[in-house]
Design a protein around this ligand. Sequence first.
Ligand SMILES: *Cc1c(COP(=O)(O)O)cnc(C)c1O
Length: 510
Amino acid sequence: MNRRYVQAKWQLSEGVLEPTVFELGEIGKGGVVVARVEDELRREVGELDDLIPRDLQRGAIGLPGLTEPEVARHYNHLAQMNYGVDSGPYWLGSCTMKYTPKVAMKLESHPSLRNAHPYAPEETVQGILEVLYELQEMLSSITGLPKFTLQPAAGAHGELVGALIIRKRFLDLGERRDEILIPESAHGSNFASAAMAGFKVVRIPPSEEGTVDMGALKAAISERTAGMMITNPNTLGIFESDILEIADLLHSNGSYLYYDGANLNAIMGWVRLSDMGVDLAHLNIHKTFSAPHGGGGPGAGAVGVIEELADYLPVPVIVREGDTYRLDYDLPKSIGRVRMFHGNIGVLMKAWGYLKLLGSEGVRLSSGIAVLNANYARKRLMDMGFEVPYGKDRPCKHEFVISLSRFRREYGVRALDFAKALMDRGVHPPTMYFPLIVQEAFMMEPTESDSLEELDAYVDAMGELADLAKSDPEELLSAPKNTAIGRIDDSFANKRLWLSWKVYKEREGS
Ligand SMILES: *Cc1c(COP(=O)(O)O)cnc(C)c1O
């Protein structure tokens, strides 16, 4: 079956654009219900103006009025112009764009949670603290790391927390260690986080297999090494099978092993981080445990540590005493608070719901299916002639990286053009041009949510584009045609952060 994901056609054809609320509405126009409430209020309490001191009153701010159906339709139209996990396949490698079960969304929007104030006294939010505590315990059982904080707002924030913990630890020990080792295939945020925490970054090149080059690692380790940040499986989707030797090398040198948890989806339920010798790690809650984020947030980057480092976690930590939960601020060695309140509760709540639904067997199964899906898609793409530059002779984990450089060489068609043409076929393009060690990279990650039909439809679309690149490259170079706006100038759009495509359209080329 070759199922296509085609959205509402009227929205997707170029030129049919949804106006803004300011263009749709009129000042003074409004919904019936609101007006009546206001009238009744006036009858009961008199003129509203008299109730509020004049210097505290707001003037008219010129918001446009619309009827309720107009508002509903407007937001529906905007939602149709968007693409999300609920619209179709979303193989954004490394980002693990998982479907969020609707029941988990329901939990998150429960009024007792949604309406709770972050400064509410502990005794009035025991339920929320219990959920957070339980989530920490579930994360501990998945990773083998005994202590967690849920404060960090995303993975990169968790990396910074991890690097600060390592720094504080060596300050306490009175050791001057100022280097962090990072494999070249790592996510850019690893390098940035280590540098922000005051470390010098030492890059470790990949072996021919795409894994950490052990010779280079041994040469790089010294008495200045505070730790190493590793992603396993790495961003090529390849498992670092030397992980135990890597951990031993670091530990015998007195250094820590930090694990970037973005790819935990590949191994959760199969191997624990503690079994791989990991000392501390962040988990991208919004990747591995559903609740994918778009446009930069909100996310959650829980950080787990071994007992030796538990005293350094950000305050407050949630502690359980009998049947009650409280926030403990008394951690003298703590690196301090890293975020207001308790973290991004909505994301944490969805993750809790997701994990409760799956249970430990489900966690293992979902990871297994994600890996199976990735291997199936990769095999079919390889059979079609797509090039896998690293690790093609061994199975991949939950994601894989193909190189489209042949199409660029032979037909002048880049990965970017493939991506735009995929949008016309109703699927979201994968992560592109990452990791940097692969030319014209497409990093593809199906997740456990895709059915066999969906996997085939995506792969078929890739096959169709490969044929077109040869027979009619112009079709790819001019794509997309079925989206609300066509080909945009990416670097121009990146440099000018205009939030409205309309403004972009008007000023494009200026
Ligand atoms: C996404 C990602 C990060 C950063 O995580 P955010 O939650 O986006 O801040 C770090 N490393 C890898 C491998 C990633 O894929």
